[in-house]
Design a protein around this ligand. Sequence first.
Ligand SMILES: Cc1ncc(COP(=O)(O)O)c(C=O)c1O
Length: 397
Amino acid sequence: MSERPRTSQKASRFSESVIREMTRLANQYGAVNLSQGFPDFPAPRAIKDAACEAIQADINQYAVTWGAKPLRDAIAADFTRRHGVPVIPDAQVTVCCGSTETLMATMMAIVDPGDEVIIFEPYYENYGPDAILSGATPRFVQLHPPAASGQDWTFDPDELAKAFSNRTRAIIINTPNNPTGKVFTRDELTGIATLCQHWGTIAVTDEIYDHILYDDAVHVPMAALDGMADRTVTINSASKTFAVTGWRVGWTIAPADITGGIRKVHDFLTVGAAAPLQAACAAALALPVGYYRDLAAAYAARRDRLMRILTNVGFVCYKPRGAYYIMTDVSAFGFPDDVALARHLVTEVGVASVPGSSFYHDRSAGKSKLRFTFCKKDETLDEAERRLEKISVKLRT
Ligand SMILES: Cc1ncc(COP(=O)(O)O)c(C=O)c1O
C-alpha cells in the first residue's frame, strides 16, 4: 500500500502563527484584540481616496512584477530624502505583498541550505519559518530586558561576535523592534556593521516601524552607515505607517545584484502586489511630514495609556521606545505559563494578548512574558481597561 500523503519536512518544522491564532480566539470569544498588530482605526482618507481613484482609473491589471514605477520612484525618493542614501528605483527597489513576502523572497534569494542567519531573540515570529523555508540555520542572540526603568533592551556584544563565522550569510535586525520596542542605537548598529563587513554578511533590516518612535528615540537605518548600503537589504511596508495592514504592500531597497535575486523569487511567488494599492501607496508616501509627527504622537499617547492600564492590574511592563507593543513580565500572576495566562485572559476576561513563548525558539524562555499591542482606538483601550480591572481582582483573590 502506498504511503499516506504527508507534508514536507520543512512545513512540519514550524507551527501555525500563534499571533494569528490569538486573533481567531479573540473573535471566537468576543475578546478585545490586543494580540495582533493591526490598527482598528481608519486609514488616512487621502490614501483611501487614492485607492478608489486608481481602481476607477482602471489600474486593475498586473503591475510591473517588481513594482509599479510611480511607487518605486516614491520609495527611492523618500529614503534618499530622509536618510541621504542614494537609491536607484529601477535597480534597487522591489515591491512585494507586504514585508512578509519581502522577507521570504529576500531569504530565498540570499541563503543557501546550511548557511547561518543570526536572529535577535525575542523575535517577530515570521523569522523562524523564513529561516526554515529558505534552508538557513538560525543562530539566536539574546536581547535582555532592561535592568532599570529608562533603559532599553540590550545584547551582549561578545555573544553577538561569537555568533558570527564564515558561514553567517545574513543577520536580521528589526528596529524599532517587535516585540520588545527596542530601538537599536547608532553604536549598536555600527558594531553589527563592522561584524557584517568582517564576515561578508548581509544585513537584512526590517524597518517597518521606522516612523513609530517615542521620547528621544532616533531611527538609524543600517543602509545609511558607512559601507553598508552595498550589503544591506532594507525592508519596509505601508502596513503600519499608513494603517493598511490588509493592503499587503511592502518593499525592499537593496544593492542591484541582490535585488535581481529578490525580484526573481518574488515574481514566481506572487507576481506582484495589488496594482491599484501600489498607486495609492505612492500617494501615501507624498503625505506631508505633519502626518508622521501626528502618527508618532498619537501612538505615544496610546502607549502611555496601555502602560498605565497594564501596570495598574499587576503587569510588569517594559516601556517600548518604538513600534506599538508592550512586552510584559507576568510571573507575579502565578499561572503555570504564558499560554495558560493568555488563554485565561482571552476566554475568561475577554482580552487577547500573545504568549511570550511565541517569540523564542526555546519556548520556555518566554514563558513569563505576554505581549500586548496598543495600535487601537480609545474605545478599544477603554473596553480593555474595563475588562482587565476585573482580572486584577480575580487573580489576586
Ligand atoms: C517586525 C514585523 N515585520 C513584518 C511584519 C509584517 O508586516 P506586513 O504587513 O508588511 O507583511 C510585522 C507585522 O506585525 C512585524 O511586526
